[in-house]
Design a protein around this ligand. Sequence first.
Ligand code: HOZ
Length: 425
Amino acid sequence: MATSSEWFARARESLVGGVNSPVRCWRGVGGDPLFFHRGEGPYLYSVEGKRYTDYVCSWGPLVLGHAHPETVDAVCRAAAASTSFGASCPAEVELAEEVKKVFPSMDLLRFVSSGTEAVMTAIRAARGFTGRELILKFEGCYHGHSDGMLVNAGSGALTLGQPDSGGVPVPVASTTVAVPFNDTQKVQQAFSMFSGRIAAVIVEPWAGNMGLVPPGEGFLSFLREFTEKNSALLIFDEVITGFRVPEGGAQQRTGIVPDLTCLGKIIGGGLPVGAVGGKRKIMEVLAPLGPVYQAGTLSGNPLAMASGLATLKVLRREGIYALLEERALQLSHGLEEAAEKAGIPFSVSRFGSVLGFFFSERLPTNLSEVKNTDGGKYPPFFHGMADRGQYFAPSPFEAAFVSLAHSREVVEETIKAAGEVFTSL
Ligand code: HOZ
């Protein structure tokens, strides 16, 4: 088989930049990206046949690891009964019911095909419901690539130095107000500057696209009370955090109930699924019940629903989250200790089995603090780990994910490799 570099050269002839999603071109770390042809459990196999322990896990969806037998079986059975109906099917009802069991804030849901679409739908619903136009978001948070959300965006937009994307009309960008994460004063100022015009505040409760930045004490409850007081909606983007802790997501962990929630990733078990859900009276503005239009040929796709159902079924088993948490803690403590031994300032944030790494003594609280960490150390860390068969995100602004397939021994190997890499930095 050709090498990854050969595949990348060939890819550049027919795919823009050789990729279908910009972070994958490795501009954040340099070098040619790896091409993978197979995944199994905690491992990915490159086209060269080298094995990597995978801490990207498809950017979150693969909480059970690669090719989990129950997911594979469910998808195969669904595929044999047709890959798409373009009509209603029982699996979409069943998946909606499963999601509602762990997200009681959702009276009604709408399935879409990605987190981006979920956010687009949530925002349109919020505008339709409130009759207001502006959306307040936080710098460095990433809510997919719809026009209005590419203002001060995180993830790939940040990695490529394009937090404010070209191609977004100024009038559209100006419907977004961006303020620093964890800054309650700036939120208050924005609401008084745009009095009566802000439809919703959208937030990743644990900001997972500038590394993983936790909310400060009282930040989320402030947002809940303040939006309510100002008749604006609160939207939680739980595309990353959803189903990463036993009770569902950040809203159950914190007890703060948003008006709308966006989900993606895990609910599709690796197939393209997103969902938006929330209070009945808000969700009912969507067509066919209300005047806000939204649709999708592949929404509620039977393969994606089957994959999501199989994944959630495994997650409901006793002890699963305790295992995930234990493994994530092992990795987080192990990396911190290894860095300390090597005298490298390094801190790890964690939400369930999602982790964020920062080359700094203490965790940052917003985007400008993230930018002030020693991000220059990330590329040599990334490559040193990859040389040792450990695959992390090819950008310092992305989170790391631990799956059920990552055993104690697998994580031990990773920590040992990290010890060598930190020493070499
Ligand atoms: N925006 C994704 C990470 N937060 C990257 C998607 C991808 O490249 O697959």
